[in-house]
Each structure stands twice: as structure tokens, then as C-alpha cells.
Design a protein around this ligand. Sequence first.
Ligand code: ADP
Ligand code: MG
Length: 488
Amino acid sequence: MHIWDSDECIGIEWLKNSVMMTDIWTSCLHIIRDEVGSRVVETWFKAVMWDGWDAIAKTVYLRAPNSFVQEWVCKHYLSILQTNLGRLLNIDTVRIVFVTGPKEISKESSGPLTDNPVSAGSGIVANAKNEEKRLPAMLIKQPALSSYGYVNRSYLFDTFVVGPSNSLSYAAAHAVTEKPGCLYNPLFIYGGSGLGKTHLLHAIGNEIKGKNKDAIVLYQTADRFVNEFISAIRFDRVHKFQVKYQAVDVLLIDDIQFISNKEQTQEAFFHIFNSLYDAHKQIVFSSDTVPYTMSGIAERLRSRLGCGLVTDIHIPRLETKIAILKKKAALSATLIPDEVAYFIASRVISNIRELEGALIRVMAFASLTQQAITVELSKKVLNYVGQEKKTTVDFDTIVTELGRHFSCDRALLLSHNRSKDIALVRQVGMFLMKKMTDKSLRDIGAFFGGRNHATVMHAISRVEQELRFNQDLEQKIKHMESSLTSRY
Ligand code: ADP
Ligand code: MG
């Protein structure tokens, strides 16, 4: 069976070979007729048949009666076909594959359109740049199209690292797959960007399909839902649009915040929601914020969004980040030394997508230059990443940390007390602030009781000098840095 994705805007299996897809072709011919005249359509296009649509490869298969027609249409009307089919299917760049010869009846009647009958005759693959390329039939044959559609099969519960920052969302997501539609409905997962929301939505889809291959699971991002709805209105297919959504067993809507301020779409979605909810179909949302702070959402929809279980995902702590790095590296069959994982995890603090990006850069660089993955190499590669941490640690947190490590009173640190010990701790504070924040020397001086920037500069160079021979201090500063970064 099938997990639908947004790009399968009309991509429901039982509709594929029937009304909707041929509707697309008929609509396309209407538009082309307007553009190039009916004689062209009658002469050339009427001979061409819709042969299949592969939502995953974003490919339309057209069947021409012979290679002459195929080549003529391809040569003269390819871009017009691509533009209009792209619009109708709601995708940017549609690929068109021509096949020739008679259609194999058995395949048409039984299989979904993704099983394209390309074995008969030769084919031409046409891409957006109007290239035409003859391919042997075997190459045109579809890649193993799983029933999972667009749901990303690498986003599994197994590849998701659970830590305190995401455990509730993970547990809820998992629970949903045990009894879809019964336990937490809807499930609403919110959190910042790159923290694993999409991963969890896909994992739910994969898990449910794994347990029940007949379940109809649809993953959709809200912005594509909006686009799909707009094109449904445009082509007078709102009813079909509603029918498609109301037929699912599990609806996974990612980044629902993008529906805000789209009143008509909200209205349509409201009815879909009610119908699925009443039928005990599972609905899962992700968002960057909780329902009640979402702006531009009609009150009645907002209350629906939050009427089930709402869970959050935070930025993970250091240990979780290290575990994620190790898991990601292992998934690429690469072993990264602990200190490298630690190094990367302590540099990249804001989100996991960046963490992954940093790891990929390090692994790619090591592999391309055939070097071992070391901290030194990572430092070189991730030079830029170090900048990012500068905005997140604040002065107060640094002072609290100083107090903890040097057993020193905060008021004393901020005072004008000049005792040698206190002065050194204060200088360390200034050093850390310069290193870990993007504040100016002036800001730092002002924070420490209105000292000027020259004082701060002097403090920093004192600490740098001290660090050349004072290993104790070096250790302490390292500890503080890692404890400060692991908070974020
Ligand atoms: P979001 O949807 O919240 O913006 P994603 O789900 O797209 O974030 O996650 C970004 C990347 O980080 C993905 O590659 C995802 O696999 C990875 N990721 C996020 N959280 C985890 C986790 N806990 N374990 C493993 N990978 C994760
Ligand atoms: Mg996402």
C-alpha cells in the first residue's frame, strides 16, 4: 500500500489509474490547446496517452504510438508539457519519460501507476533542461518504488537518539504507533528548527506501515498542503482534494504553522480534521510553537490542534549530541573518535541539523584528503562553526559558572575589589565572555562595574599569558567552557 506525500497531490493509489490522473492529462491537453491550437493537439497529442505518474521520481510517463510521434512531441512540445504538467501536479520540475508501443493491459488494470509499463519499446527521458536522451528500456524502468512513497525510510525510531530533550515526544510518537487514533489524538510536537520533529513524523509513518502495510498513511508539509489546496481551487477539484485527505488512516502534517493566515485553507483543513478525528484516524502535527501561541490561526482550529497531547523538543545537552553524532557516523559506516564527537558536539549548539552538517563536513574532508578524523582536522574544517556559539551564552550564566568553579561570590566579582585572587577570576570571566559571546569589550567592561575596554583587553591578554604555563587554570577554563556549551 501507500504512504502519500505532498507531491502525490493526486497520488492516491486507487485513484491513480482512474479519473484523477486522466483528468490531469485531459486538463493538460485543454491548456495546450489554448496555447498551440487545436490542430496540433488533434494531430500529435491525441495520439499520446497518459501512462503513469511516479510521485517519488516526479516523473510522468507518456505513451506514444510510435517513435515518430514520440520524437516530434518531444522535440517541439516538451517544455510546454513540462510547464503545464508541473503546474497541474503541483511540482516544480517534472520529468517526462516517453514510452512507445502498445500498453500492457494486465499492468494497467492491476498495478498502481508507479509500476510503469516501460518494458515495451524504447524510451526518451526528458528533463527540465529539455535534454533528450535515449535510454535502454531497463534504465527507464522504475527504481524499486516502495509502498512507502515519500516517507523517508531512514527516519526511523531506531535512528532517533533519545535524550531528556526529546524523550516525551519520542515516547508519545511511539505510543501513537501502538494504537493509532486511540491514545493521543491529535499528537502535536513542537520545537525549534532542526531538532527532530520531521524525523519523528516520518518514524511514525514508517512504524505504522511496518505494522500494518494496508494502513493509508499520508505525510504532508503544511506549505505543500496549502499549495495543493490552491491548485485544487484553481482546477475545481476541491472535492477530490477533500476526498483524498478524508480517506487516510494516518495524517502527518509537518510544520503546521505555515497554515497561518491562510483562511480558506484552514477552513478546508478544519473539515478534514473533523472528519478524520470523528473516524478515530490518527493525526500528528509538528510546529515551531505551541498551538495557543500560533498566530493567524482561527480559534476553532487552534483549539482542535491542541486538543490532544502536546509535547515539546528542546536543544539536546552535550551527551545526547555526542550520541547523535556517533549514531550518524555509524550509519555512514564511519567511526569517529570520542574526542572528535565531543569537540563537534561542544561547538555546535543550536540544532541537530547543524550538528549533522558539521559531522558531514568533517567526514567528507577527512575522506577527500585521506586523513584520519581528528580534533585538529575538525578544528580546521569547522572553523566557522565556532562563531555560532557566540550568541547563546549570556554574561550571567558565565558569572554563575565562575562562581561555581572558583567558589567566588558574584557581588565580589562585579565589585571594584582589587584583591589578586578576585581580579584573576574576574579576568577569566572577561576572557570567557569575549570567547563565548559576541559582545564587545565595552559591553564586557560595563558589565563588570563600568570598566573600560582597555581594562578588558588587558584582562584577556593576562589570561592568555597565564594559560601558557598554568595548566590548572587551563583545565578549569576548559571545564567551564564545556559545561557552558552543554547547556545549549
Ligand atoms: P525539524 O523537523 O525539527 O526541523 P528534523 O527532523 O528535520 O528537524 O531533524 C534535522 C536532522 O537532525 C535530521 O537529519 C534528523 O535525522 C536529525 N535528528 C534530529 N533529532 C535527532 C535525534 N534525536 N536522533 C537522531 N537524529 C536526529
Ligand atoms: Mg521539519
